[in-house]
Design a protein around this ligand. Structure first.
Ligand code: DAT
Ligand code: MG
Length: 151
């Protein structure tokens, strides 16, 4: 798998429920490199651009309200196949259907409170990283364990 970057957003419920550390810990242990991370508020304008693909759907307004309602944590992770790896670790969109062992399956109960966003392709990842981060906020370094993570 090629080395990739992916975008993750820990949504307001993850922050309020004290799950930020737990979720970041899972990604760290998996071997994904933390390339960017910041706590922030999402403006209505940013939320509408970020969720543009869902504009017109019945849940769109609720989704924008939810993600703008309280602070979030925006993250960029890097690793081999990072986009698909993170999606599998998140579990199905509807927390109620997500498998135990996944983030949504271990910590959530509803589709509208599903704790986390992760890019669904490398194209989306590039777009979302550019929306949330300035280039100088992203770090370049080698993790000390990379020699044992990758053959
Ligand atoms: P995912 O977050 O798994 O990529 P998505 O991109 O299809 O899922 O949808 C984005 C978010 O919108 C999702 O995390 C929760 C919300 N959402 C999607 N479908 C929904 C629905 N049928 N009812 C309520 N919220 C929904
Ligand atoms: Mg999506």
């Amino acid at each position: 798998m090629p080395r990739e970057r992916t975008f993750v957003l820990l949504k307001p419920d993850a922050v309020h429920r004290g799950l930020v550390g737990t979720i970041v810990h899972r990604f760290e242990r998996r071997g994904l490199k933390l390339v960017g991370m910041k706590a922030m508020r999402v403006s209505k304008g940013l939320a509408e651009t970020y969720y543009a693909e869902h504009k017109g759907k019945p849940f769109f307004e609720g989704l924008v309200k939810y993600v703008t309602s309280s602070p979030v944590v925006a993250i960029v992770l890097e690793g081999d196949g990072a986009v698909a790896v993170v999606r599998r670790m998140m579990g199905k969109t509807n927390s109620a259907e997500a498998e135990p062992g996944t983030i949504r399956g271990d910590f959530g109960l509803q589709i509208g409170r599903n704790l986390i966003h992760g890019s669904d392709s490398t194209t989306s990842a590039r777009r979302e990283i550019d929306l949330f981060f300035k280039p100088e906020e992203l770090l370049e370094y080698t993790r000390i364990d990379e020699a044992w993570l990758y053959e």
